[in-house]
Design a protein around this ligand. Structure first.
Ligand code: 5GP
Ligand code: ZN
Length: 115
């Protein structure tokens, strides 16, 4: 846990969030500022500042983040129309919260390449 990290505070319950799923490794909640009809975040319980901090031992965790992303997207009905899973990493990608997270976006059409 990082004392100043907003997602650690959500994981611990210190800051409220609309929680959708949790297990021993990850939790998922609604993004505060949704960029699509579905905009969820899946995060590790443990503080990792970005994807660059994941080590070989974190294979199961990285798999879980994506399996939960797919499960929630399916539950929201995006298993036919499609959805986008994004992990912004550091400044050029626009990462603003430095606790690893997977965005799950769905319910509209997304451009490629992203802006
Ligand atoms: P990033 O820019 O790091 O890829 O994404 C961070 C995301 O966290 C943004 O989409 C932002 O809206 C979301 N966010 C920031 N603070 C909070 C918060 O306190 N609660 C929730 N639920 N989402 C947050
Ligand atoms: Zn954190």
């Amino acid at each position: 846990m990082s004392d100043s990290c907003i997602f650690c505070k959500i994981a611990s319950g210190e800051i409220p969030a609309r929680r959708l799923y949790e297990d021993d490794l990850v939790l998922a909640f609604e993004d505060l500022s949704p960029q699509a009809p579905t905009h969820l975040l899946v995060i590790p319980r443990r503080h990792l500042a970005s994807l660059l901090d994941a080590k070989a031992d974190d294979e199961a965790l990285l798999g879980r983040l994506h399996l939960v992303a797919a499960r929630l997207a399916r539950e929201r009905g995006h298993d036919h129309g499609g959805f986008r899973v994004v992990t912004n990493t550091l400044g050029d990608a626009g990462q603003s919260v430095f606790h690893l997270h997977v965005h799950v976006l769905g319910g509209r059409r997304f451009a490629w390449p992203p802006g």
